[in-house]
Design a protein around this ligand. Sequence first.
Ligand code: NAD
Length: 359
Amino acid sequence: METHNITLIPGDGIGPELTEATRRVLEATGIKFRWEIVHAGTDVMAEYGTPLPPLVLASIKRNKVALKGPITTPVGSGFRSVNVALRKELELFCCLRPCKSYAGTPTPYNNVDLVIVRENMEDLYAGIEYEKGSEKVSKLISFLKEQGTTVRPDSGISIKPLSEFGCRRIVRFAFEYARAHKRRKVTAVHKANIMKFSDGLFLAVARDTAKDYPDIEFEDRIVDNMSMQLVKKPQQFDVLVCPNLYGDILSDLCAGLVGGLGVAPGANLGDDIALFEPTHGSAPKYKGLNKANPMAMMLSAVLMLRHINESAAADRMEKAIESIIGEGKYVTYDLKPDGEQGNAVGTSQVADAIISRMI
Ligand code: NAD
């Protein structure tokens, strides 16, 4: 049996507890892993002078596959987010966020099974920002004035670049994903009526790319209308392809539709590197309390198993998670209905229950 070399980044906050629970469940599938455990985040800053040491990047580049716990982004530290830096350094241009409702989750929505394909590198996340009162912002405001556009002098400015290359790459990814996973429809989400040269480009590229995939239905939606329709009838959607900001916001909205961040997995994908992590953050207030739901990280690990062609193990693990959610007994506080919080179990007990369900 093949042994899979995987970079394991425990993260901080609730990350290490969730990572340990997930690793135990993965090993219980019988698949063999050689874990290369490396650390990133504020906890390693004193030792390496950076929250993202080069050895972390080297490990991921070598193994091509990583499983990661959430990492806190310190506010106002001068360091950019480790999560954003990882995506940039490794060219992980796609953020894949499946949102599936499992019977037993506390949500009024049934039969939701959609996938968000979010562009991960461009848009307002490109980091092109000019601070109010800075020399650069006043130069930019003068330039804009020459172009006939008036901007108040007390403005802060963030710039939203969308390239044809970036749009084509993410839209093509979405169609290829739909075809490979037997999905019927791709919906492009945009605000092209207002941002004609950025979102307008995204929409034009999406329409053009759709011509190469006659077997897959294509439609587009303006992001505000999309939000309303997702809340009204999410079952009508299948694969959504979005520029970075809309993808970020709709991912959390859709996580809410299917039971919350505790069951929302994710993957960051490049041409040959894949990093799997839950949608949620490090929830520092729950650190070390054995309280947080490990299922989002476990479902991210299910995506990882599929990625490394261990589909049978992925199916078994997902079924066991689904069965534990459906039974509703060995679940954390977030999956218990109001009034039953006292019966919630902890992170490690969820892992024990899933392992026993897989045997
Ligand atoms: P968060 O996702 O950490 O927590 C928000 C709330 O959601 C928590 O208070 C908790 O009530 C709930 N929650 C989150 N995960 C849960 C789980 N597994 N089980 C049960 N409940 C859960 O969001 P935040 O508070 O905005 O961010 C905290 C830190 O995490 C910030 O520093 C942020 O930058 C960082 N972050 C990291 C990542 C990442 O590593 N990919 C992603 C998002 C946020």
